[in-house]
Design a protein around this ligand. Structure first.
Ligand code: T5A
Length: 215
């Protein structure tokens, strides 16, 4: 154990923004610089969470009701925080998480129209009040994001998941929801234009992450 807690760094945004790409690139660069890093994702990152991920992405079975969907995302988060994130932070690792509580605030709050305050309270229960030290919001136009996600799936031989198949209006509410919560917490969010070249974005992420890690 070290006496210095690691930092929690999250990546958020609508579909296809490049969260996975940039989370992995940051983890790699931090490791190359000699830092201990845990890279994880939501939903997922634990046995329970990966099971929830499979259930929630499946589009061939009857869909979960909106409350069931909300509670499953929260259950996966509670497990990830308790089993992986808190122990890693306490051991001095920097944790990079591909989506976190803001995804529920936005997809279930703004997207599915759950009461935002109720979602905030449920998120606080799932995380035990743990907040990211910095959150990168990769923002891009809904059509462009869905197209990128589709192209990546075609390249991998897969298809769109259940949430990607939602109506365009749903994805538009998600995008606007992200921009709204980022405006409410400018100290934590770094808003990035996800259409910029990947190398430029990686450099911007690196500089902001370095600043937080050294603080
Ligand atoms: N969800 C999740 C909720 O509803 N509530 C919740 O509480 C949580 C946690 C998760 C789904 O669950 C929902 C949100 C999601 O719908 P997922 O598979 O994790 O599903 O899906 P996403 O997180 O949306 O991830 P995606 O795979 O769609 O997109 P990413 O990770 O943002 O994008 P990435 O890195 O895979 O990149 C997509 C493509 O774009 C290219 C990449 O090479 C790749 O091909 N790309 C770029 N191209 C040009 N310029 C750039 N700057 C690029 N950056 C990446």
């Amino acid at each position: 154990m070290t006496d210095k807690r690691g930092k929690l760094i999250t990546f958020e945004g609508p579909e296809g923004g490049g969260k996975s790409t940039h989370a992995a690139a940051l983890a790699q660069r931090l490791r190359t610089s000699g830092m201990a890093v845990k890279l994880t994702r939501e939903p997922g990152g634990t046995w329970l969470g990966e099971g929830v991920r499979r259930l929630l992405k499946d589009h061939q079975q009857p869909p979960p009701t909106p409350p069931a969907e909300l509670l499953l995302f929260l259950a996966a988060r509670a497990q990830l925080v308790g089993e992986v994130i808190r122990p890693a932070l306490a051991a001095g690792l920097h944790v990079i998480c591909d989506r976190f509580a803001d995804s529920t605030a936005v997809y279930q709050g703004y997207g599915r129209n759950f009461d935002l305050e109720q979602v905030r309270e449920l998120n606080a229960m799932a995380t035990g009040g743990l907040m990211p030290d910095i959150t990168f919001l990769l923002d891009l136009d809904v059509t462009a994001g869905l197209l990128r996600a589709q192209n990546r799936q075609s390249a991998n031989g897969g298809g769109a998941d259940r949430i990607e198949r939602e109506a365009r209006e749903f994805h538009e509410r998600v995008r606007q929801g992200y921009l709204a919560i980022a405006r409410q917490d400018p100290g934590r969010f770094r808003l990035l234009d996800a259409t910029r070249p990947p190398a430029e974005l990686q450099q911007a992420v690196w500089e902001a992450a370095q600043h937080v890690i050294q603080s």
